[in-house]
Ligand binder design. Structure first.
Ligand code: S3P
Length: 478
């Protein structure tokens, strides 16, 4: 019965009627003849005019957490039985993950805002060899976790690519540790750059120290370990977000977390994953734009509802507290294994701040919006230990420095961070997301605070993680 409603497509469509989504259609046939990478991220959508001034009031519910959404799709696909997902992020990145999984024979119902998503799991080794290239779009999480998932699919061959941004991002941070389990991942630059080819192998358990505190790397190894011969230990240099550990355990994996601050994870293969009902909380990385905007914009008062408050993700709240921002956490609760709450923020004076590598894994995606916040705090703010930002969807340190300087900000760029002297006014300017979703939304907040109006080119990048961002902004400004 249920199967009738499924989109059993090659992964291009994802609206309710299963009609191809406009942007995804754009991906077809747009593979570069020289690299095989799709070129859609270079597209130059209509610029968005942004009026400065005004205030922000009201309640907003940010879309589902991107990290949790990817994992719910991936784990649901390799579980036995049906997985249902409530609150899955209906944005380009998770749609890329779903499209790849569908290409390998997993039935996933259409991903549509407000609709429950249903997955018919194929079991731990049930993914089929796809007849086409797996397109991970702009999504590093899709590509990296997919490498771990596919490395152990013995006898099957997979080719993965992505857009121009993703084809520039380092993949050997995953391929190298996976090779310790016997994985065969090849690509340009000695296996570092997509397009990548994975020849599925019989894997063996190993003890793996990860080169960076990255949840993507950790999760890829955990996925590969599920079907390896023998146990695998993953040891991280610092504790990265732990959504995979929480959710894999809920699905029935044999997984132990130990060591200082949960940095050591042990997986014993053999356990069958069982389909689950997953509830995805709102994404704190999307809430961050409203938290900073609410703290900065004169007279603002915003409540962001249903935000995931997993302690491995709440570094932004610690920094906002350090700045003296007025933020209340209301209605704290636990939803399907993840802590959740409503965040109430109001405008007030803010102090300059400093942070370094110790907090970085807990706020890595919030550095762009915090660099905007720093421009409006009196005094000098320092962000260090942030070299990882240089290998995100864009080089976020360079891009934020360049764009904020265009508004007159006083910023020094360092190899691993930024120094920002705040308290001077910024002027409206011609800005560019440079195709990066978090940059687009950060610049929107900067534009609200500027003297004079701005124009943001490639603002549509926001749809990678927050498709309704511009609508929510309009609504909160009324
Ligand atoms: C993510 C982990 C982070 C983060 C990314 C999503 C994940 O990357 O920046 O947006 O879902 O695992 P790293 O793990 O590479 O730090």
């Amino acid at each position: 019965m249920l199967a009738k409603a499924f989109a059993f497509t090659a992964g291009v469509g994802d609206n309710f009627n299963n009609k191809p989504e406009p942007l995804k259609i754009g991906l077809i046939g747009l593979f570069s003849s020289t690299t095989g990478c799709s070129t859609v991220s270079g597209s130059n959508g209509s610029p968005r005019d942004l009026k400065a001034g005004g205030s922000l009031h009201g309640r907003v519910r940010v879309p589902g957490d991107k990290s949790i959404s990817h994992r719910a799709l991936l784990f649901g696909a390799i579980a036995e039985g049906t997985t249902t997902i409530e609150g899955l992020l209906p944005a380009e990145d998770p749609i890329s993950t779903a499209a790849c999984l569908r290409s390998m024979g997993t039935m996933i119902s259409p991903i549509q805002s407000g609709e429950m998503v249903t997955i018919e799991g194929v079991g731990l080794d049930g993914l089929q060899e796809p007849s086409e290239i797996l397109d991970c779009g702009n999504s590093g999480t899709t590509m990296r976790l997919m490498l771990g998932l596919l490395a152990g699919r013995e006898g099957r061959h997979f080719v993965l690519t992505g857009d121009a941004s993703l084809c520039r991002r380092p993949m050997n941070r995953v391929g190298q540790p996976l090779s310790l389990l016997g994985a065969d991942v090849r690509g340009r630059d000695r296996g570092n750059l997509a397009p990548l080819a994975v020849q599925g192998q019989r894997l063996r358990g190993a003890v793996v120290g990860t080169p960076v505190a990255s949840a993507q790397v950790k999760s890829a190894i955990l996925l590969a370990a599920l079907t390896a011969d023998g146990a695998t230990s993953v040891i991280e240099p610092a504790h990265s977000r732990d959504h995979s550990e929480r959710m894999l355990r809920a699905f029935g994996a044999d997984l132990e977390v130990g060591g200082e601050m949960g940095r050591h994870i042990l997986v014993r293969p053999g356990a069958t994953l069982k389909g689950q009902h997953v509830v995805v909380p709102g994404d704190i990385s999307s809430a961050a734009f409203w938290l900073v905007a609410g703290a900065l914009v004169p007279g603002a008062q915003i409540t962001v509802e249903n935000v995931g408050l997993n302690p491995t993700r709440t570094g932004i709240l610690d920094v906002l507290e350090m700045m003296g921002a007025s933020i209340n956490v209301l209605n704290r609760r636990d939803v399907a294994g993840e802590p959740v709450g409503d965040l109430q923020v109001s405008h007030g004076p803010l102090k300059a701040f400093q942070f370094g590598e110790e907090i970085m894994p807990r706020l890595v995606d919030e550095v762009p919006i915090l660099s905007v916040a720093a421009c409006f705090c009196d005094g000098e703010s320092r962000i260090r230990g942030a070299a990882e930002l240089r290998v995100k969807e864009t080089d976020r340190l360079a891009v934020m420095a360049r764009q904020l300087k265009a508004m007159g900000a006083d910023i020094d760029e360092h190899p691993d961070g930024l120094t920002i002297r705040g308290g001077r006014s910024l002027k409206g300017a011609e800005l560019d997301s440079e195709t990066d979703h978090r940059v687009a939304m950060s610049l929107a907040v900067a534009g609200l605070m500027a003297e004079g109006d701005s124009r943001i080119t490639r603002s549509e990048a926001a749809a990678v993680s927050y498709p309704t961002f511009w609508d929510d902004l309009e609504r909160l400004r009324r």
